[in-house]
Ligand binder design. Structure first.
Ligand code: NAP
Length: 436
């Protein structure tokens, strides 16, 4: 029997589904010894620091991750950073294959004047702040304003808008970070405007997320019925309406037709408006939008504009990856052909491979296809390499699967007494305490 050693860098959904794909490709003749490396002291990636706290069902995929992690041949090494604790060259030369599953954690920039004013944030900072990511605890999130603007029409914009527009008591029973919950309880925000630069027929929201909105107990959600009627007219004229577009328009029409009942909290959707400037003296005070039109099926900016007074702007317009030394990057992701990096034994999966698209489950088929390819390129196995000894020699403390299980149980136990699924640790030192 041949044993191949595979390093997976990144313990998010793409990393776990890669490990699962390898486990499924094992036979009596071929086994995989998998070392999963993660720079944070905790695994699960966006399932821990991205998925909105009021979406607990989505997080149950972590049960699948734990099953993968406790399957023979899998070892977890959290608190180990590629490029700092171990180099790309060291991984590539010591493992039969290396799979990069590091995702994307930098927010794309709007590139407009005023973007760096206080009160202007990227969802790439705001989301990990409310999700207790240890590196984002101190993000400055000023909530002492009546109105917030969210830019973007994707599911991240939707999560951000909901988190700002919800009655915070609805979050008390979730795993929202305590520091965020405390601030949200004192928030003055009562109106959240979401801005899409194109029409309702072009939004990247998905219909299950839209259909949740009329169920909010304390927030009126407003969409202009005329906006949806116009969009329906446009798509009807253009012929075949894709199923997801029809489903989104139906969901938005249902929201538009839901009677408003004078709730104090409001979420308003605006279409065909591109942000062109954020104004303010020391912090955000106003956001200026160019009015767009649809001409011959194309969205074009006009010279007309309008503005909205707001003290907070969160842009949720997509993500890009921070380049890692020794790995070729282009257009914010790892350069690859079908997941293989050049002619090397390095592969890439997930957002780092295909860009910031798809839901958690998308990573399953994506990783399976790349691992099929990887298995066709394997040579004779390399000499045995022991990452535990390597890290010990370097003085790197890693969080193993056993350590993580103890940390995980402590968070869940802390949550039980507070009526929450867990209370997340945010202090690295405290987390590393579980690694002895
Ligand atoms: P996304 O789905 O790609 O949406 C990005 C949005 O930003 C689009 O509406 C885009 O508009 C807009 N945009 C881009 N540049 C802009 C600019 N300069 N000015 C104004 N608007 C701009 O990205 P995402 O929301 O970050 O989500 C990433 C992935 O995670 C998606 O696949 C999403 O479905 C997934 N996700 C899923 C869930 C869930 O399942 N509940 C939750 C969160 C995220 P254009 O279309 O005009 O470019």
């Amino acid at each position: 029997m041949t044993i191949y050693r595979i390093a997976i860098v990144g313990a998010g959904p793409a990393g776990y589904f890669t490990a699962q794909a390898l486990q499924n490709l094992q036979s009596d003749q071929r086994k995989f010894a998998i070392d999963m490396i993660e720079k944070l002291p905790t695994p699960w990636g966006l399932v821990r620091s991205g998925v909105a706290p009021d979406h607990p069902k989505i997080k149950t995929v972590s049960k699948v991750f734990e099953k993968i992690a406790t399957t023979e041949g899998f070892q977890l090494f959290c608190n180990v950073e590629l490029g700092k604790d171990i180099s790309v060259e060291e991984l590539v030369s010591n493992y039969d294959a290396v799979v990069i599953a590091t995702g994307m954690d930098k927010g794309r920039r709007l590139g407009i004047p005023g973007e760096d004013l206080r009160g202007s944030l990227s969802a790439a900072e705001f989301v990990p702040w409310y999700n207790a990511h240890p590196d984002y605890v101190n993000v400055d999130v000023p909530l002492d304003t009546n109105t917030a603007v969210v830019i973007g029409a994707g599911n991240v914009a939707m999560d951000v808008a909901r988190m700002l527009a919800l009655e915070p008591r609805e979050l008390d029973c979730t795993d929202t970070a305590n520091h965020a919950l405390e601030k949200l309880h004192k928030s003055s925000i009562r109106t959240v405007h979401i801005f899409a630069r194109r029409g309702p027929e072009h939004v990247a929201f998905t219909s299950p997320e839209l259909r949740e909105l009329p169920k909010l107990k304390h927030t009126n959600v407003e969409i202009g019925q005329y906006d949806i009627e116009d969009a329906l007219n446009r798509v009807t004229v253009s012929g075949n309406i894709p199923k997801d577009v029809q489903s989104n328009l139906d969901a938005m029409m249902a929201i538009a037709k839901t009677p408003q009942n004078g709730r104090e909290r409001k979420m308003n959707f605006h279409f065909l408006a591109s942000p062109i400037e954020i104004k303010g003296k020391d912090r955000v005070e106003e956001v200026v939008f160019a009015i767009n039109e649809i001409q011959n099926g194309k969205v074009v900016e006009t010279d007309k504009s309008y503005s909205v007074k707001a003290g907070l702007v969160v842009s949720a317009i997509g993500y890009q990856a921070e380049p890692i030394a020794g790995i070729p990057f282009a257009s914010g992701r790892v350069e690859n052909t079908d997941g293989r990096v050049g002619e090397t034994n390095m592969y890439v999966v997930g957002w780092a491979k295909r860009g910031p698209s798809g839901v958690i489950g998308t990573n399953k088929s994506d990783a399976a296809a790349v691992m099929e390819l990887l298995t066709t390129k394997l040579n004779s196995p390399k000499v045995n390499f022991d990452l535990i000894t390597f890290l010990r020699t370097r003085g790197v403390v890693h969080v193993s699967q056993g350590n993580w299980e103890k940390l995980n149980s402590a968070e869940v136990a802390a949550g039980e007494s507070a009526g929450k699924p867990r209370v997340k640790f945010t202090d690295r030192k405290e987390m590393l305490g579980f690694a002895g």
